[in-house]
Design a binder for this molecule. Structure first.
Ligand SMILES: Cc1cc2nc3c(=O)[nH]c(=O)nc-3n(C[C@H](O)[C@H](O)[C@H](O)COP(=O)(O)OP(=O)(O)OC[C@H]3O[C@@H](n4cnc5c(N)ncnc54)[C@H](O)[C@@H]3O)c2cc1C
Length: 188
């Protein structure tokens, strides 16, 4: 671990948190990656692996000539994305789309992160506001953010003064839960 840099705490080893941890660590920044599964389960995840795909196994078009999604894939590849590397390694036939064997995909992301010398894995729920001594924190707990953390994030600020970036989804499993991908203080 680089002694001069304080670690960045990444909460949630889903797609977003895994990618963030990987990018930071490859830039020489130590990371502590917090993942609550399998200690605490969600309604949709079935494994203890990182970057588990809870529904579709398709990353959509991989055509960087004609598709904006394909361009994003190519940009991510060039930036050393672990999600794209694992996806290419676990690819299954799907025409022009990039589809993956979900178990192989998640297993490779998990293997890469757990074996990275600058990434420390902490299994367990982060159930409150991060302590003061956590210098930098990325909250990447997704649509199934644990209830305790979601409540804790709301509490200090109070309704009407600060709110979470929320994306409500139609699926019944994510109903009544906020999508915590990015915390944006909003003056209302
Ligand atoms: C039922 C369902 C179906 C979906 N289907 C699709 C689909 O087909 N296509 C699509 O593009 N998107 C789909 N989504 C949305 C999908 O979740 C996102 O595309 C993607 O998983 C988001 O990645 P993420 O990293 O933000 O969240 P996630 O992949 O959910 O990762 C968040 C991680 O944070 C962990 N976590 C949560 N709270 C805490 C805590 N307090 N402490 C520690 N760890 C915590 C979770 O265990 C999880 O591993 C679906 C979502 C749900 C719920």
């Amino acid at each position: 671990m680089n002694e001069k840099l304080k670690p960045v705490h990444v909460i949630g080893a889903g797609l977003a948190g895994s990618e963030a941890a990987w990018a930071l660590a490859n830039a020489g920044v130590p990371v502590i990656l917090h993942e609550m599964r399998p200690v605490v389960k969600t309604d949709a995840h079935h494994t203890a692996d990182f970057a588990e795909l809870v529904c579709s196994n398709s990353f959509r078009s991989d055509d960087s000539e004609t598709s904006a999604v394909g361009v994003l894939h190519e940009e991510m590849r060039r930036m050393g994305s672990i999600v794209m590397r694992a996806a290419m390694g676990a690819q299954v036939p799907a025409g022009g789309a990039l589809a993956v064997d979900r178990d192989g995909f998640s297993a490779e992301v998990t293997r890469a992160l757990t074996s990275h010398p600058l990434i420390t894995i902490e299994l367990g729920e982060v159930s409150g506001i991060p302590p003061e001594d956590w210098d930098s924190v990325i909250v990447a707990t997704g649509p199934l953010t644990s209830d305790a953390l979601a409540r804790a994030i709301r509490r200090p600020h109070g309704r009407g003064r600060t709110r979470l970036f929320r994306r409500h989804r139609a699926h019944h499993l994510s109903r009544n839960r906020g999508y915590v991908g990015l915390l944006v203080p909003v003056a209302l």
